[in-house]
Design a protein around this ligand. Structure first.
Ligand SMILES: CC(C)(COP(=O)(O)OP(=O)(O)OC[C@H]1O[C@@H](n2cnc3c(N)ncnc32)[C@H](O)[C@@H]1OP(=O)(O)O)[C@@H](O)C(=O)NCCC(=O)NCCS
Length: 182
């Protein structure tokens, strides 16, 4: 069956919530309300199959250089069919077209992101996220999510392993801004 990846519209909100909140109930994602999705709908992509939403994902700006991939999910009966990959690839394209240098995600699906070219990095170094929204999360002091990062700029490759010290141009900027925020 043909699946289209496209910009989300108001009519997709219910479908997005159904998928995201299904995984939130399993503690795999944070729950969302219709109002929360509506507010950032312009930054959402959906995967549509025969008129139904079967996947979604969004971008959230953290700094003018760094954007976060958020609310990525594929309907349970469609997992493992390449839809997650297609959504991430479309969001990478969108982030690049918008002029961002880096794309990050906080995830429990490290292997999935690694297979798509994201490097695993020190969670605490993704500073704007940790020091703004994460501090309000109930799981803040026992967060089990892994940070992954992709450089979008030509010629830059992230080679960082979790917890290691990295001296890469763009990545270094994140570490510096974390120290300032402390
Ligand atoms: C994570 C998720 C979006 C992946 O989407 P998907 O459609 O199931 O994954 P795909 O079929 O596109 O897989 C793409 C590749 O990643 C690999 N992959 C998928 N999940 C993986 C995992 N957990 N570990 C390692 N590799 C994984 C696949 O084998 C595939 O590799 P290939 O292209 O070499 O065959 C989906 O499983 C999901 O919705 N999970 C629940 C919600 C969630 O955890 N979202 C992430 C929030 S950040």
């Amino acid at each position: 069956m043909k699946t289209t990846i496209r910009q989300a519209t108001e009519a997709d909100i219910e479908g997005i919530l159904k998928i995201v909140n299904h995984y939130a109930a399993e503690n795999l994602m944070l729950p969302r309300t219709a109002e929360q999705v509506r507010r950032v709908l312009a930054h959402f992509l959906v995967a549509e199959q025969a008129g139904a939403v079967v996947g979604c994902g969004s971008l959230v700006q953290l700094t003018p250089q760094l954007t976060e991939l958020r609310s990525l999910a594929v309907a349970a009966d469609q997992r493992g069919t390449g839809l997650g990959r297609r959504l991430v690839e479309a969001l990478v394209e969108r982030a690049r077209a918008a002029g961002y240098d880096q794309l990050c995600a906080l995830t429990l699906q490290e292997g999935f992101f690694n297979s798509l070219g994201f490097a695993t990095v020190d969670r605490l170094a993704v500073s704007p996220k940790i020091w703004t929204e994460c501090i309000y999360c109930p799981k803040f002091d026992h967060c089990d999510e892994i940070a992954v990062l992709m450089n979008l700029t030509e010629g830059e490759t992230v080679t960082a392993e979790r917890g290691s010290d990295v001296s890469l141009g763009l990545w270094q900027q994140l570490k510096v801004s974390r120290m300032i925020n402390r």
